[in-house]
Design a protein around this ligand. Structure first.
Ligand code: PLP
Length: 342
């Protein structure tokens, strides 16, 4: 059977998760009456030490609602050039909230306060007011990198001193917490709002949450409705999320170890560039500019060996480890990489 490393979104619900879904107590969540959604929201708000949380359909919806609830048209949002909000959300921040995204290219996807500070607009009627900073942790396109703690804390502290709010795209913040040993609560403390996904490494079929203060969550709730994201008996999905939080969080460490197996195999391939020591979580990005074979040819050759991977822009390939690829799968995939190219 094909070993699918294209994304950690590909996982299928386990039998135990399906049972939890089948048992879920439900109500109408637009009436705010779904007990399973309430339980999930309370659990996640508590994990991050914030006042409230809101269950939404996807990471993209969470991010766009976060931007909508913390900006107004014509304001400016500072984010990193490779971030998901800028690269992969179909322009939703611009399309729905009318903000201008101001991007900064940054090594490993990490903005530093000095780079942000240099771009904050002056109080001049010609300028779009800077109101929000968006960070991504872990950073997908940069290869699952984790923000260094000091850099993170410095951004939070200084942004607030300049009256900027800070939103985190934490689709994979669970991976960052497990790999770094820093608690979710400590990571959330310096920032205002976070979007977190249940449907990536945690292995739930659907769903993300927004976390923040009660006033923000109330605004985001209205935006969710406006976006058509009000769900009714969504507790069936929330139950999958609660199950994932209980059973699939600690095992992310296995995904990180498995990513090392893949990274080490690619490090042995002539012309491929990757430093396994810089692969911090479950995303392995290899630069193949030095290889003769084209991206498509590499993907096709591995596909014939039942190893699926994803192109991530010219001469960059991505493999992501997750719940549905075992240690054995990763060893077999690593052997295929070595046999074909090393
Ligand atoms: C970092 C990051 N943020 C947000 C998203 C968007 O999530 P969704 O696909 O649920 O909209 C993704 C999706 O892979 C992601 O990798």
């Amino acid at each position: 059977m094909a070993m699918d490393f294209r994304s950690d979104t590909l996982t299928k619900p386990t039998p135990a998760m399906r049972e939890a879904m089948a048992r879920a107590e439900v109500g109408d969540d637009v009436f705010d009456e779904d007990p399973s959604i309430h339980a999930l929201q309370d659990e996640v708000a508590g994990l991050f030490g914030k006042e409230a949380a809101l269950f939404v359909a996807s990471g993209t919806m969470a991010n766009v609602a976060a931007v909508l609830a913390q900006t107004s048209p014509g304001t400016e949002v500072i984010c990193e050039e490779g971030c998901h909000i800028f690269q992969y959300e179909a322009g939703s921040a611009a399309a729905f909230s009318g903000v201008q995204l101001r991007t900064i290219e940054a090594d490993r996807g990490h903005l530093h306060w000095a780079d942000i500070a240099a771009r904050i607009r002056s109080d001049d009627i010609h300028a779009p007011p800077t109101v929000l900073v968006c960070l991504e942790n872990t950073h997908n396109r940069a290869g699952g990198t984790i923000y260094p703690r000091a850099v993170w804390d410095e951004i939070g502290k200084n942004a607030h001193a300049r009256q900027l709010r800070v939103h985190v795209d934490g689709a994979r913040i669970w991976n960052a917490a497990v790999a770094s040993g820093v608690s979710l609560r400590d990571m959330a403390a310096p920032v205002d709002t976070l979007s977190v996904c249940l449907s990536k490494g945690l292995g739930a079929p659907v769903g993300s949450l927004l976390v923040g203060d009660s006033e923000f969550i109330a605004r985001a709730r209205r935006w969710r409705k406006r976006l058509g994201g009000g769900m009714r008996q969504g507790g069936i999905l929330a139950a999958a999320g609660l199950h994932a939080l209980t059973h699939h969080r600690d095992r992310l460490a296995d995904d990180h170890e498995n990513a090392q197996i893949l990274a080490r195999a690619w490090a042995d391939v002539p012309g491929a560039t990757i430093d396994p020591a810089r692969v911090e979580t479950n995303i392995v990005i290899v630069e193949v500019a030095g290889m003769e074979a084209s991206d498509d040819a590499i993907i096709a050759a591995l596909g014939e060996r039942d190893v699926r991977l994803l192109g991530m822009g010219p001469r960059r390939l991505r493999m992501v480890t997750h719940l549905d690829v075992s240690r054995d799968d990763c060893e077999r995939a690593a052997a295929a990489v070595r046999e074909l190219f090393a």
